[in-house]
Design a protein around this ligand. Structure first.
Ligand SMILES: Cc1cc2nc3c(=O)[nH]c(=O)nc-3n(C[C@H](O)[C@H](O)[C@H](O)COP(=O)(O)OP(=O)(O)OC[C@H]3O[C@@H](n4cnc5c(N)ncnc54)[C@H](O)[C@@H]3O)c2cc1C
Length: 352
């Protein structure tokens, strides 16, 4: 959730001064070394603006993080580049694809077309039924995407850039309007239909369709479509982020420094860490994750105004658990990319 305090004009001059061993001065202090913090630092660096990036972990990357499992370097967090290109002509590459190509990274396109569905007892479900409901999911997705774009057109025609709740609707309401699961659908088919919906919506967004905004939820993959690339590069998905950070000036990245408090005014920003580091800057960029902001782990002085606090507390922080398993032998077909097990309780959403 990047936010800038206060506004950074492009005419900033460059200076970076070490005041004492534990106090540094710079133009912009960036809190967080995940993708948002690294991108902010990259842009400032290219514009010749000095900065200090302060990161709690001992490595750059944030939730893009790799570790060793079963002799393979695997992704603990982000693993896919979702959508390689934009729609339409000319089609523009996802900027992460540019980095992927630049560093000759390794990955495989995820083939969503090969799957098998099993019930909880291990019995395989009728693949024709599964395919039929997969096609119905495509239809409802297209319907909801068109509706979301129509709602945005209506909002823009009225000069509204931040729609009121009354203008929006939930993704579930859109599925219901389409009549995704008609009355009289058998229990078996209803389970398949709901599982498809869970895969397309809940799994992607980590929230239930009734709690998700249609206008902000569609299109599901944002502006980028075509293919999803699963990173297999043994240097890790975050490799390109670490390479970008390598190009930053000496002393501009401070790792293993957890920010504890931030004081800000029109005169500037002071950031303090648990490691005793103090960074004084003219401007600050905060890329702390929503969950960190919600927990109040970092004290802001003055506290954020009530509209920002309402925004922070009003959003849900999605929660993912990634389970990795090593099999003795490959119990699946060579072409299989996924298998799903429909259950009555499909995934848990963030408890509030
Ligand atoms: C399990 C999982 C799977 C995911 N899969 C995908 C995927 O396949 N594809 C995809 O595109 N996205 C995926 N994501 C989402 C993606 O990882 C995030 O959208 C992305 O990392 C957000 O970047 P960010 O810079 O905003 O935040 P973060 O990556 O969270 O970076 C924030 C940084 O702030 C630091 N920080 C926190 N508190 C402090 C503090 N007090 N002081 C200093 N630093 C602090 C953190 O250590 C972190 O480095 C996944 C996320 C998870 C958790």
């Amino acid at each position: 959730m990047p936010g800038m305090i206060p506004f950074l004009p492009l005419c900033c001059f460059t200076f970076l001064t070490l005041v004492t061993a534990d106090t540094m001065e710079t133009t912009v202090v960036i809190i967080g070394g995940g993708p948002a913090g690294v991108k902010a630092a990259q842009d400032l660096n290219e514009a010749g603006v000095s900065f200090i990036l302060v990161e709690a972990q001992n490595v750059i990357g944030g939730r893009v993080k790799n570790t060793k499992f079963a002799d393979v370097e695997i992704q603990e967090g982000a693993a896919w580049i979702h959508g390689t290109k934009t729609k339409g002509t000319p089609s523009v590459y996802n900027p992460i694809m540019d980095e992927f190509n630049k560093y000759n990274m390794k990955g495989v396109v995820t083939d969503y077309g090969h799957y098998r569905w099993f019930d909880r007892d291990g019995n395989e479900l009728d693949s024709n039924l599964v395919d039929t409901w997969g096609e119905r999911l495509d239809e409802v997705s297209e319907f909801c995407e068109t509706k979301a774009l129509q709602l945005w057109d209506d909002a823009e025609e009225n000069g509204i850039t931040n729609p009121e709740p009354g203008m929006d609707t939930s993704i579930q309401a859109c599925y219901d309007e389409f009549g995704y699961i008609p009355a009289g659908t058998s229990a078996e088919e209803e389970t398949i239909a709901k599982t498809w919906q869970w895969i397309a919506v809940d799994f992607e967004k980590t929230a239930a369709a009734e709690n998700l905004s249609l206008m902000n939820g569609y299109p599901l993959n944002g502006d980028y479509i075509h293919e999803d690339v699963f990173i297999t590069d043994q240097r890790g998905y975050a490799f390109f982020l670490r390479q970008i950070a390598e190009s930053f000036p000496a002393n501009s990245v401070k790792l293993s420094q957890t920010v504890t408090d931030v004081t800000y005014s029109n005169a500037g920003v002071t950031v303090n860490t648990d490691g005793g580091l103090e960074v004084k800057a003219k401007y600050g960029i905060c890329t702390l994750p929503l969950g960190v902001l919600q927990k109040g782990n970092v004290q802001f002085d003055p506290p954020f105004p009530s509209d920002k606090q309402d925004g922070i507390q009003g959003m849900l922080m999605g929660s993912y658990e990634k389970v990795l398993m090593k099999f003795e032998t490959a119990a699946w077909q060579d072409t299989l990319s996924s298998s799903w097990c429909p259950a009555s309780r499909m995934g848990l959403h963030q408890p509030r």
